[in-house]
Design a binder for this molecule. Sequence first.
Ligand code: UDX
Ligand code: ADP
Length: 460
Amino acid sequence: MIKTITCIGAGYVGGPTMAVMALKNPGIKFHIVDINQARIDAWMSDDLPIYEPGLDEVVKQTRGKNLFFSTDVAGAIKEGNMIFISVNTPTKKYGVGKGRAADLKFVELCARQIAQFAEEDKIVVEKSTLPVRTAQSIKKILSSTSNGHSFQVLSNPEFLAEGTAIDDLMKPDRVLIGGDQNEKGQKAISELVNVYSSWVPRENIITTNIWSSELSKLTANAFLAQRISSVNAISALCEATGADVEEVAYAIGTDSRIGPKFLKSSVGFGGSCFQKDILNLVYLCEFFGLHEVARYWEQVVSMNDYQKTRFASKIITTLFNTVSGKKIAFLGWAFKKDTNDTRESAAIYVADQLMNDEADISVYDPQVEEARMYKDMEELETRTMDRNKKQLSMTEDPYEACKDAHAIAVLTEWDEFKDLDWQRIYANMKKPAFLFDGRLILDRKALSDIGFEVYTIGKG
Ligand code: UDX
Ligand code: ADP
């Protein structure tokens, strides 16, 4: 019987997942630990570290009852019968596999800590997105460093999307659990099935072998990202031919074999998963000598890079081939609406390209903090922080961001952008006033009537 569940890593995945599990399993104690004290402090406060619709409510109902947060990793490992590893696995920035392979140092450290502190047998669950066969490494570390305890390793990939995490967790299309195909493995799987069964219908819980589970996660994200890259590829052709990408997407999406979802053309996909997982897949294929397969998937990422570059280039060429010294307003910095996450956001790359052309950028985003934005630019290592601060700023007022700007670029599809007073924005801009909608959220006709010169991705 599982009495206590521990989760290592209080991020975008670990936090919401455990909060919903706690809500649905009042009889089980959930303990989330993180090495980042500030993050834990925020989880304990009224100002949660991540913005996610509905999350506040779930945390309010569970925190202090059966959901606890701390930095006591050792203590939480000791008390948990089941331990979720939910730490970050960014793309490696150094050494072998640089720019492609997942950096597993945080996962490895967790495995070593579990082996060191465990005082009884445990079920260890991979929750982070990991390359296929990571479970093998975790198993090896656990079995070679533990003091005689046995560990079952399960793969339980998370399919939630940020911005809709709570809904996705409450009503998942499916839950996937992979484990060893022997008696102990099956027993561990059934323990985790029981935790989910308290709210997920049993037929929506899929159990597989561990490698299938790991590979399904990478494949699901690669397929989703591929749809976006496909529609974005067509958006360029629409602009060249006079077709309208929204009409094309609608027309093809009504084919039940294709379906309507994930066909929204944009300035490019971002987020912590898509690019990382595809690069992981590419790395894995190369490792196995499957070079053609590797090139096939790599193209999804190349098309995404092209879309971002194409958007920035469009701004520069439209503004008479130079943005030097011109103020460009950015509406949105997050990688999608309803999140404060900015990992791999298209805005970062578009800003970088415009700043290379000496533009001054003023950003408004309802949830992203200024420090986060500067950190994103710092991680690119394109220019000094001093330079970044001279050319890039953030304001808390969208009208201020757009004041005296030569152009506005919409980088995130926040709903509130539709309701701005566009007459007022137009009146306070340099003329001609350009507007580049990278998210297809604004009414092109209404804005043109006001006087804007509007460019919308995928519209000829
Ligand atoms: C994704 C997967 O959807 C989720 O199942 C997985 O667990 C983690 O990765 P997430 O990255 O949170 O989730 O967001 P998602 O909604 O998939 O969007 C990713 C990016 O694609 C965003 O930048 C979004 O704006 C973009 N996108 C999405 C499009 O450009 N067009 C679309 O039609 C859909
Ligand atoms: P994700 O989107 O995968 O949830 P995040 O970066 O939001 O990724 O969260 C991962 C969390 O894991 C971070 O808060 C980080 O501090 C934490 N973390 C990383 N390594 C460890 C570790 N060894 N022990 C505890 N927490 C860790």
